[in-house]
Design a protein around this ligand. Sequence first.
Ligand code: ATP
Ligand code: MG
Length: 357
Amino acid sequence: MRTHKIAVIPADGIGKEVIAAGLKAMEALQARCGDFAMTFEHFPWGSDYYRAHGRMMDADGLERLKKFDAIYFGAVGDPVIPDSITLWGLRLPICQGFDQYANVRPTRVLPGLTSPLRHVNGPELDWVIVRENSEGEYAGHGGRAHRGFPEEVGTETAVFTRTGVTRIMRFAHKLAASRPRKLLTIVTKSNAQRHGMVMWDEIAAEVGREFPDVTVDKMLVDAMTQRMVLNPASLDTIVATNLHADILSDLAAALAGSLGVGPTGNIDPEGRFPSMFEPIHGSAFDITGKGIANPVATFWTGAMMLDHLGEHAAAKRLMTAVELITRDPANHTPDLGGNASTAKVTDAVCEAIRSSN
Ligand code: ATP
Ligand code: MG
């Protein structure tokens, strides 16, 4: 039997709650499918671990994670410990250490959910956003001079490399080519940012020639936000820089109904290292411990992980179960306007998996 080794890192806040829910769905799925197995090893890393041990993860953490086929990740972030410690101590070292340069974020309005856009109900909004995940605005280049003095200067330099841009462009074109509409929108800001962003445009044109069957259009990021709201059906696959796609994907999640339903894969497309799958939301300490976190993003995240592992039938079975239960408002958590608990939604999905044909 095919066996996949999964590292589980629930980390902080509702991350623990939604990953527990996701694992229940995975168990139901293995039992129902019967033709593959998954083994789960739990890592207790995160902000509580930091409080106890003075570090977010063990020093040999990446070494230990290397032997897994994928990582199922919850959320990181703490009300007290700053992001510079939490995020930079756990999630980012994994993304960077494993060169997960493609961050993939599918967005759809699931059946039974309502988009805040009045003119959207369902298929008009079906996107995948590809976020460059290894360089750009978040490369950490910059600094501060004359700290605290009137002449203080702070710089934040976006660094793009030909290698980095070429590989994300290839990934995005391939992904677009694999979807029915074969449509790719390339987002930059090359009218105002005239160096790195112009290089993006040039490399996009070069890579585009390798994919004659993909239709490409180009958007400036500001105009893109309007198009996402006013004409969502005109978009399919979208590629943008680290910063731009970060912003666009929060907008996308909101347009799809809630932050609580959006999944992400941090992918190493070359398969040298494990890829990491997580819901796009954060640790949400405002609702932690209340039992009302929406687990749908984490189920969908699990389906992305299964697809990545080659378990396409299981992924489809899981998504079919999710799309069946979201039709019923009784399975909507408060973020979707309902009053279902995490446990209720999880039971409903597991039951839908068990009784699926
Ligand atoms: P991060 O910095 O990690 O992105 P954030 O500060 O942007 O985190 P989140 O933790 O994602 O914020 O939460 C933003 C809001 O969305 C909060 O009000 C939270 O309660 C809500 N939210 C996020 N995820 C969920 C979920 N799965 N179910 C219900 N509500 C959620
Ligand atoms: Mg956020």
